[in-house]
Write a protein that binds this ligand. Structure first.
Ligand code: ZN
Length: 202
């Protein structure tokens, strides 16, 4: 815990004085982020850092393997869908970016089975991408992990289009959907192109 308190102290001393005016304005006017990022909970993939984003710029939801479930308005606790609803319908973001990443443990669990200690929730959650499993396991073993990570992004994008108000906003030209993949070891971002393949962002 001391590590966190020390970090907070540095935030108060160094970051806060620089960002104070921005935070005060955000407090007064409210947030109006233009982008919803759906990223993995992985500690190595921080959207705010990767996009050099300022406070108030990104509305972020992170979960295991950056997955979007299909639209299922029922009594279950849909954390990701709730964040999506708030971002798209209330904040009216202009874009949704699904950010996958290299070395994703959630994707590894999808392909090769979840750790025995992660059976209560992880198994059910990653089954959102189950349709990709067999397809990916037919690939060259050296490419399976990356291909699985790409598929997780593609499936999330497809599932976004099962939400009626996402479809409505996309068709009205108010919302665009994007996919990306971050290389943890390289720091490089790949973007999902219209041809369905990933290419370097710059
Ligand atoms: Zn991950």
């Amino acid at each position: 815990m001391q590590r966190l308190i020390d970090g907070y102290r540095r935030f108060r001393e160094e970051t806060w004085p620089q960002q104070k005016a921005r935070f005060e304005e955000l407090a007064e006017r409210g947030q109006s982020p233009k982008t919803l990022v759906i990223a993995c909970s992985d500690s190595r993939v921080d959207p705010q850092m990767i996009f050099s984003a300022a406070p108030g710029e990104l509305f972020v939801v992170r979960n295991v393997a950056n997955l979007v479930p299909p639209y299922m308005p029922d009594a279950a606790f849909h954390g990701t869908s709730a964040a999506l609803e708030f971002a798209v319908r209330v904040l009216k973001v202009e874009r949704v970016l699904v950010l996958g990443h290299a070395l994703c443990g959630g994707v590894a669990a999808l392909l090769h089975g979840a750790p025995p200690e992660a059976q209560d929730f992880v198994v059910g959650w990653i089954s959102i991408a189950a349709e990709a499993r067999e397809r990916v396991l037919r690939c060259d073993p050296a490419e399976q992990q990356t291909e699985g990570e790409h598929e997780a992004v593609r499936i999330s994008l497809a599932n976004l289009m099962t939400f009626p108000w996402v479809v409505e906003a996309v068709q009205a030209g108010r919302l665009t959907l994007h996919g990306a993949h971050f290389g943890v070891a390289t720091g490089r971002l790949m973007l999902l192109g219209e041809n369905g393949e990933f290419h370097p962002a710059s």
